[in-house]
Design a protein around this ligand. Structure first.
Ligand code: ASP
Ligand code: MG
Length: 438
């Protein structure tokens, strides 16, 4: 039998009322796995608690845990009506909070942080499951730690996920509604780990790919991918259809709506990804699939926090192997490169992860003169821009005529023109592009 995967984000389960609303949306009788995030704000709180432990401030951590427990006590009051179920829920929350407390006087490690961060999704899924039990709605709560696995590099191990999840599901042949935690997983050492911030979307598409779902639906608080950043530009509109490639570029380069890795597992298995709005379930949202879509520019997104690095060297002139030596340094420090442009004597590139910037720069200096620019923003213009069609690049550059452009990337794929600008010019650039392109 075919199955769907639906994922609801933090705001979609952010209050008792929202949880009840999610429950309504998922109890239509279709067979499905529902992936939930932690309630909005919780993961941030857990990060903060872990940070206090790291700094040895157990008092502040303890206060914050107390506040979290109090917040959940209110959620329980609002969500559940009988004393029996309220007690059940309180003891689950107390148990999770005690797990966090148990690390107060132990040495801090990344592993401790991961265990603490995992509590958010465990609490939200348990609450929704208890709500179902109290209201005699049939559903089964799964433990994502039994089947979600990543390797030593944090990459999902698909065959293992498929095998483990199939085994779990086999135990419930008649169940129609499963609830599972997003975000959390185990690593190669079987320790509790996670798929990084915002990773619940990724959980959903990995689960969808593992069970060959009909569709992966990502339910958030906006009605699909918009053609520009609605926080900055007025009158944006949702895009009805996008290809996997277009969505992947857009998700990576800044559209906050989707975790950037989400598209890939779905694309590999050709499973459409539907973006829906929990607050407006009847809005069409965005369908991401491999269906050919219209040509032309569809959307603009911006990604902040980039660092540009320019390596200039006379030795690059007419030489081979220069770029390899540059790339090897980034590879050594596991630092992905986003954009790259080259001239005959220089190469400019951008990175997002700056943990090893000092070491990278140090090694690059052996190859040439190195210049760094921080606070850079990639503006990514996405669409179906096959090279045979004229005018797209011109339109983009014309729109940006009053903005200093640090890099331009065009031709890497048929779906993207990216420009790098100073973050301080972002708003101006997004508005100018919006006025000229749509
Ligand atoms: N709760 C996690 C976070 O806030 C994962 C997610 O919601 O996607 O990052
Ligand atoms: Mg998210």
């Amino acid at each position: 039998m075919t199955m769907k995967v639906l994922k609801f984000g933090g705001t979609s389960v952010g209050s008792p009322e929202r949880m009840r609303n999610v429950s309504k949306l998922i109890t239509d009788g279709d067979k499905k796995i529902v992936v939930l995030s932690a309630m909005s704000g919780t993961t941030n709180n857990l990060v903060e608690i872990a940070d206090y432990y790291k700094k040895g401030n157990t008092d502040a951590a303890s206060n914050l845990i107390g506040a979290l427990e109090k917040k959940y006590a209110e959620v329980i009051e609002g969500l559940l009506t009988t004393q029996t179920y309220r007690n059940k829920a309180s003891s689950i929350i107390a148990c999770e909070c005690n797990v966090i407390r148990s690390y107060a006087n132990k040495p801090f490690s990344i592993q401790v942080e991961k265990i603490i961060l995992a509590r958010g999704e465990i609490m939200s899924t348990n609450l929704v499951q208890l709500y179902h039990e109290e209201n005699k709605i049939q559903s089964t709560l799964l433990d994502s730690l039994e089947f979600m696995y990543v390797d030593a590099d944090g990459e999902p191990v698909m065959p293992k996920i498929e095998e483990k999840l199939a085994k779990v599901l086999k135990q419930y042949p008649d169940e129609k509604l499963f609830i599972a935690q997003g975000f959390i997983c185990r690593n190669d050492k079987d320790e509790v780990d996670n798929l990084k911030r915002g990773g619940s979307d990724y959980s959903a598409s990995l689960i969808g790919a593992a069970i060959n779902a009909d569709v992966v639906e990502i339910w958030t608080d906006i009605d699909g991918i918009h053609n520009n950043d609605p926080r900055i530009v007025k009158n944006t509109h949702p895009i009805a259809e996008m290809s996997f490639d277009e969505a992947a570029e857009l998700a990576y380069f800044g559209a906050k709506i989707l975790h950037p890795s989400t598209v890939l597992p779905a694309k590999v298995k050709n499973i459409p990804v539907l973006l829906k709005n929990t607050m407006e379930p009847n809005a069409k949202g965005t369908v991401i699939s491999n269906k050919a879509t219209n040509t032309g520019i569809k959307a603009i997104a911006a990604k902040d926090g980039l660092t540009a690095i320019k390596i200039k060297s006379g030795r690059m002139l007419l030489a081979y192997g220069f770029l390899r030596r540059v790339f090897e340094i980034f590879e050594k420090y596991k630092t992905p490169i986003d954009l790259i442009t080259t001239s005959e004597v220089a190469v400019s590139l951008t990175i997002d992860k700056t943990d090893y910037l000092a070491q990278i720069v140090d090694e690059l200096k052996a190859l040439g003169t190195v210049e760094i620019d921080k606070d850079q923003t990639i503006i990514c213009i996405v669409g179906n821009m096959i090279a045979e069609e004229q005018g797209h690049a011109v339109e983009v550059l014309k729109a940006l005529k009053e903005i200093s452009v640090r890099m331009i990337c065009y031709g890497g794929s048929d779906h993207n023109i990216s420009v790098l600008i100073d973050t301080k010019n972002k708003e101006k650039a997004l508005i100018a592009l919006n006025n000229n392109l749509f």
